[in-house]
Write a protein that binds this ligand. Structure first.
Ligand code: ZN
Length: 339
C-alpha cells in the first residue's frame, strides 16, 4: 500500500520520505513508539517502496514485488523473528531449519548471524535488502553485539529496521547506531474515521474499536479479526442479567481471552461511572449500548463503581502473577453482584 494509506503517523512518515528522497535510507533505523500503532506496517511499506517496480519512492501495493513483500515472500526482505506460517520462500525456509529463525523467546545470536550473512549477499531480485527486527528489545546481549558489528559497517543498499515499544531495554550502543523515528498512538477520533473510511466499519463499531484500543490501529484490526464485537456484546448481555453472569463466556481457559474479557468489563463500568458524572458522550466507549448503560446507571452507586473498577484492576494484577483464574473470577463476581 502507498505511504498515504498509513493514517495518523504523518510526522514519522515525513522524515522517512525525506530521507528516502535524499537517498539517505541506509544502515540502521529504529522505529519506536507504543505497541500496535503502525510501526511494522510502516516498515513493510518502506521495504515495498525501496523495491517497488515503479521505483518512485512509494509502494504501489500491486506490483509483484509489493505483493511478495506483503505476503512475506520476498527473498530480499526479511522479518525477524520470522512470522509463523507466512514465509514460503524456499531460500529462507532452508535457513529456518538450520539457523532457528522464528524463535519466540528472545532473538538469538544465530538469527543475527544469519542476517549478517545474508545482508552481504547480492540482492536476489530487488534493489534493496531490508531486515525488519520486530521487538528488537528482545535481542539477547550476544545477538545485540553481533548486530552492532553489522550496524557499524552496513553494506550499500541495505537497511535494518529495528522496531520496539521498549527502547529503554535496547543496548545503548545499538541505539546510538540507529536513526530514531518516533511513532505515536493516533488520536481516537482520527482512528475512528480511518476505520470507517478505509475498512468500511459502521460508526458504532469504529467508535468502540478506536476508543477501546486507545488509537492503536494494529490492535484495533487484530481485535476486529477476532470478532471482538460479538465477544463484548455477549459479555455485556450477561452483565445486564446478574443471574446469568457466569464463568462461561469469559474465556478464562486461556489467559489472553481472560485479559480481554476483563478489559471489556472495565470499559463497561468505566462508562457507567462517566455517564453518572455527566461526562460528554464521546468519551463513552460502549456508545453502541448507550440505552443499556443508561438503564444500568441507577443500579450502581459511585462507591460501588469505584470498588468494582478496583476489583477489576486487582484481578488483572493477580492474573499477571499466574493466580488461579477461577478463584479470581469468583472473587470478582462477588465484588460486582454480592453487595
Ligand atoms: Zn509496487
Amino acid at each position: 500500500m502507498p505511504f498515504k494509506e498509513i493514517k495518523g503517523q504523518d510526522a514519522a512518515l515525513e522524515i522517512i520520505s525525506a530521507n528516502q528522497e535524499a537517498g539517505r535510507l541506509e544502515g540502521g533505523y529504529l522505529f519506536v513508539g507504543p505497541g500496535s500503532v503502525g510501526k511494522k506496517m510502516a516498515a513493510k511499506v518502506l521495504s515495498q517502496s525501496l523495491n517497488c517496480v515503479l521505483d518512485n519512492n512509494d509502494a504501489c501495493g500491486v506490483c509483484p514485488s509489493c505483493i511478495k513483500i506483503e505476503k512475506n515472500q520476498h527473498p530480499d526482505v526479511h522479518i525477524i523473528p520470522q512470522e509463523a506460517g507466512e514465509d514460503i520462500n524456499p531460500v529462507r525456509n532452508h535457513s529456518a531449519t538450520i539457523n532457528g529463525y522464528g524463535v519466540s523467546n528472545g532473538i538469538k545470536i544465530e538469527e543475527v548471524r544469519q542476517l549478517q550473512k545474508e545482508i552481504n549477499l547480492k540482492a536476489y531480485e530487488g534493489r534493496f535488502k531490508v531486515f525488519i527486527i520486530d521487538n528488537a528489545h528482545k535481542l539477547t546481549p550476544e545477538a545485540s553485539n553481533c548486530l552492532l558489528k553489522v550496524l557499524e559497517e552496513p553494506p550499500k543498499r541495505s537497511l535494518i529496521i529495528l522496531i520496539t515499544d521498549k527502547p529503554g531495554i535496547l543496548f545503548k550502543t545499538i541505539l546510538s547506531r540507529c536513526k530514531v523515528i518516533k511513532f505515536k498512538a493516533q488520536d481516537r477520533e482520527g482512528l475512528k474515521e480511518a476505520l470507517k473510511e478505509n475498512y468500511g466499519l459502521d460508526p458504532g463499531f469504529s467508535h468502540f474499536l478506536a476508543y477501546f484500543c486507545e488509537g492503536r490501529i494494529g490492535e484495533a484490526l487484530r481485535l476486529k479479526e477476532l470478532g471482538i464485537l460479538k465477544t463484548k456484546n455477549n459479555i455485556i448481555d450477561k452483565l445486564l442479567i446478574p443471574a446469568s453472569f457466569s464463568l462461561e463466556g469469559l474465556g478464562i481457559e486461556d489467559r489472553q481471552s481472560f485479559f480481554l474479557s476483563l478489559n471489556i468489563l472495565n470499559t463497561w463500568f468505566r462508562d457507567l461511572f462517566l455517564l453518572k458524572t455527566g461526562i460528554i458522550d464521546a468519551e463513552v466507549i460502549n456508545s453502541d449500548r448507550k440505552n443499556d448503560l443508561l438503564k444500568s446507571m441507577s443500579s450502581f452507586s459511585y462507591s460501588d463503581l469505584e470498588r468494582i473498577l478496583n476489583a477489576i484492576s486487582n484481578t488483572v494484577f493477580y492474573l499477571e502473577r499466574n493466580i488461579n483464574t477461577r478463584l479470581l473470577l469468583h472473587n470478582l463476581k462477588a465484588q460486582i453482584w454480592e453487595r
